[in-house]
Design a protein around this ligand. Structure first.
Ligand SMILES: C[S@@+](CC[C@H](N)C(=O)[O-])C[C@H]1O[C@@H](n2cnc3c(N)ncnc32)[C@H](O)[C@@H]1O
Length: 449
């Protein structure tokens, strides 16, 4: 694909995400498939699209002094300026004059003469004068918000919850691309076997400290490797692996995964039980339930049963106290995964958090009834927000004095997690900066004996 066609495709994606809130990772994937992009083009397209979306508010701050009547610009023109500014400031491989030339050519194809000369003028000024300094922003919350391109309400909210220093670290970490990690299917291979194979095949990888099944991959394309295609490993963030690790699973157990799609944790649980016992995996959406069954099949796991259900009604379908282990990996705002899905940080609102936390409370209320007397329940989310995490647990415990946070949970955490800033009496909040993982919350409940 020519440089110009590639940047045009990137502009299509960023403006669609900007205008309609489309998911950038899905649009990138569609473009790669449709156009059959080479590895090099895929990597450049991904870099430009993610980088531009990830840093949108910073880029806006950078170009604003050079643009007159910004509000009147067509969205695609503004996105072209953001995209070009991103490449000029953050990418070293293409010289500025080439970036400006490509932008002008794209403007010629899409717009009239006035737009072409405005794009040319803005980018040349930017090249000559440089970007404005962030030090001019007095309010520290606003400075972090603009420097790291997060909505100001979000930075303020996190700062009230975790302090400005931790928040700034998190926002900066959110700008990094996520590191790839995989989980070894231990019903087939040991982690040592997989490590050895990958190293022999030129991968740069190391063992995870959060899960004995986890491998972090720094370089090498695992998706093209036979071990992935044959179900020897599953792509999963290390923070998510911690969930099944903390469930104290034993062979032959009955486990409920109440919100299971697409099946990352159900299959991990099934592997940890060595394909014995039973994992009952439910999800609200029929289509998504299918993904769980497919994943189980791909990994050769036969101890997972799947069905569509609203977990809030499960006690009406299944007898109370039926499961040794219950997992509620709740639907959440996803603010822990903005490294990989940057659009989330612009689309979520505080109203979303209010309604999600209400659903989380309802879900916890109903699935807790399904736990056997001596069983345990793990609650997790891939978000960083007290209202969806600690406060959901706190509110549940205040209504259920017969339940408590299982103290053993804290002792069983990997050594490296025990002194993290996110540890509280309600569980563990992992921040992305702790181990370069997603932001993630988990805790374990049991009945008081
Ligand atoms: C965080 S995701 C689960 C991810 C999954 N545990 C995994 O590891 O692959 C939350 C899931 O909850 C499902 N969900 C949302 N509301 C639900 C409900 N009321 N009952 C059951 N599932 C629900 C969503 O469809 C979504 O698939």
């Amino acid at each position: 694909m020519s440089e110009m066609a590639l940047r045009n495709a990137a502009l299509d994606i960023v403006s669609r995400v900007g205008e309609n809130g489309g998911y950038s990772h899905l649009l990138i994937h569609q473009t790669i498939e449709k156009r059959g992009l080479s590895d090099r083009d895929t990597s450049l397209l991904t870099e430009i699209v993610y980088g531009t979306i990830q840093r949108k508010d910073t880029l806006d701050y950078y170009i604003t002094p050079f643009v007159k009547n910004k509000k009147k610009l067509k969205p695609w023109v503004l996105w072209l300026l953001y995209m070009s500014c991103y490449q000029m400031v953050y990418l070293e491989r293409v010289p500025d004059h080439a970036i400006i030339h490509e932008a002008v050519e794209i403007a010629k194809k899409r717009g009239h003469k006035g737009i072409v000369s405005m794009v040319n003028g803005v980018l040349r000024n930017l090249q000559r004068k440089g970007v404005p300094s962030l030090d001019q922003i007095d309010d520290p919350i606003e400075r972090v918000a603009i420097e790291t391109s997060h909505p100001k309400w979000m930075v303020k909210r996190w700062s009230d919850m975790y302090g400005l220093e931790e928040t700034a670290k998190m926002c900066r970490q959110n700008l990094e691309r996520p590191t790839m990690s995989v989980r070894v299917n231990t019903t087939r291979f040991s982690r040592d076997q997989v490590m050895e194979t990958l190293k022999e095949d030129g991968f740069d990888c190391e063992e995870s400290i959060l899960s004995p099944q986890g491998i972090i991959i720094f370089s090498g394309n695992i998706l093209h490797h036979s071990i992935f295609k044959e179900g020897g490993v599953t792509v999963q963030d290390e923070s998510s692996m911690l969930v099944a690790e903390m469930m104290n699973l034993e062979e032959g157990m009955h486990v409920l995964d109440s919100c299971s799609a697409p099946g990352g944790k159900s299959t991990h649980i099934a592997e940890k039980m060595n394909n014995t016992g039973q994992v009952a995996s439910f999800d609200l959406h029929k289509k998504k339930v299918k993904l769980v069954a497919e994943k189980a099949n791909q990994l050769g796991l036969t101890n997972i049963s799947t069905a569509q259900a609203d977990a809030r009604h499960l006690p009406e379908l299944i007898g109370a106290e039926s499961f040794d282990r219950v997992l509620l990996d709740a639907p959440c705002s996803g603010l822990g995964v903005v490294r990989g899905k940057p659009d989330i940080k612009y689309s979520k609102t505080e109203d979303d958090i209010d309604s999600l936390s209400a659903i989380q409370k309802e879900l916890l209320e109903s699935v807790s009834a399904l736990m056997k007397k001596h069983g345990t329940l793990v609650y997790s989310t891939c978000t960083v927000d007290r209202q969806e995490n600690e406060e959901v647990i706190q509110s549940f415990l205040s209504r259920h004095p017969d339940f408590e946070v299982d103290k053993a949970f804290f002792n069983e955490l990997p050594e490296e997690c025990k002194d993290l800033p996110g540890i509280s009496e309600w569980g563990l909040q992992l921040f992305p900066q702790d181990f370069d993982t997603d932001g993630f919350f988990l805790t374990r409940l049991k009945r008081k004996q």
